[in-house]
Design a protein around this ligand. Sequence first.
Ligand SMILES: Nc1ncnc2c1ncn2[C@@H]1O[C@H](COP(=O)(O)OP(=O)(O)OP(=O)(O)O)[C@@H](O)[C@H]1O
Ligand SMILES: [Mg+2]
Length: 505
Amino acid sequence: MGDSNVPVLEARGISKSFPGVRALNDVHLEIYPGEILGLVGENGAGKSTLMKIMTGAYTKDSGEIKIEGQTVNIDSTAKGRELGISIIYQELSVLPTLTVTENMFLGNLITKKRGVVDWSEMSRRTKKALEEMGLDINPDMLVRDLNIAQCQMIEICRAAIINKAKVLIMDEPTSSLVNREIEYMFEIMAQLKEKKIAIIYISHKLEELFRITDRMEVFKDGENSATLITKDVDKDDVVKAMVGRELQNYYPPHEGVRGKEVLRVENLSQGKTVRNVSFTAYGGEILGFAGLIGAGRSETMMSVFGAMPGVTGDIYLEGKKKNFKNPGDAIAAGIAYAPEDRKHQGLVQIFSVNTNTSLANLTGIYNKSKLLDLKKERKISEEYRELLNIKTPDVDKIVGELSGGNQQKVIVGKWLFTDAKVVIFDEPSKGIDVGAKAEIYKLMRKIAGEGKAVIMISSELPEVIGVSDRVIVMHDGEIKGEYSYDEVSEQIIMQTAIGGRGNGK
Ligand SMILES: Nc1ncnc2c1ncn2[C@@H]1O[C@H](COP(=O)(O)OP(=O)(O)OP(=O)(O)O)[C@@H](O)[C@H]1O
Ligand SMILES: [Mg+2]
């Protein structure tokens, strides 16, 4: 084990540019054995880029990286792993059709003499590694039979124990986990800390950062902005270092003018995922849907949107009964749905920011002769770029090259720019920085104010409470409770969401 006065990993003077973007400008970062370091900053601040340089996925333009005081040259991800740096991304990298053991040793098989693969040795080591981390998982199980949290534990176990990582990087690891699973992951992280593994933890969730980090390094516009000792600071200090100013009126006020009925859903069912769901959404109102992951909220909205098979029940739009056979029908009738899985469902990765913004509302950029008005398109995408602070050199940039959070902002912009009557947002702030979140809430409030019905699915309790005028709580495919903003609380939502008694509305 290294001397804890010497950083296990140190990056100095790192710079990196992409065409038109200076992603990192002379940044430094140091982390000590057994430390949990939070890395925070707005979308596009350069967090993931630095991590990719340190793991060998990107090459730096300049600067130096030292491991335990020695300068190293990390020119490939294999080299990075060999030197003890492992990364866990938000999207899992385990292969579902292989067993736990196979996944553990993927690309790194143990062989006996004459190159014969030594499965019994690998199985033995897998079992031992799982035990060491207190994981009750059978090494022979296929990974597709595990849940997301277990898959993530497999990845962590592989990185920490099998690959003997000295530094474990976690880039927004909790965005697909439910609360209980996040708690479990924190316990595992505490164990790794005991083993003196250093962890770099990237997240936009300030509550989590305050719970588990020792220090936070804040990036702003590709530069170091502050180094903070977690126990000595509060949220405002972090936000200020990230955004450069204090955020006021984070949640816009509840204006509470309920307009006319826009969407009414009666006895909607879809297999076992949606059971007899009835609700009404009104113009002028933001209607929140809370619940645990798997409660059937997305399935409910996708059923309304014509995106699920075998749906029964009735849907009324402005009092008229509708039967959407597919999402195209729903969009044409005036329903917009910004999905949670934006990477696969929401964006055309190879199209520009400009094109993606207008994609769901081409009629919105028609000129008088119903031809696409490209100047108008540009004007609108520039408008959203500014409003949401989308970090891109220009709106012609391909969406796939934007940072994770900035891609999400493009999607949110795309759905905000529709003339839909009902706009449904599924986890709108996932991966989005605090400043942009506040802007998105304001825009949601604005479109509600135009008489549209806004529906928001959110697993973030402070968000669903802060933003919604009314909160519906689902559990196991059913609506279990409905609360107005002045009666709802985190406790009420949690009790209802776990299937405890709701008010049964
Ligand atoms: N492969 C690439 N090609 C072009 N530009 C890139 C590439 N990767 C990153 N960038 C740019 O570098 C900048 C920093 O991006 P990075 O992904 O490091 O941000 P981040 O801090 O991780 O943001 P987020 O919180 O949104 O994940 C952004 O402007 C981004 O568009
Ligand atoms: Mg990132």
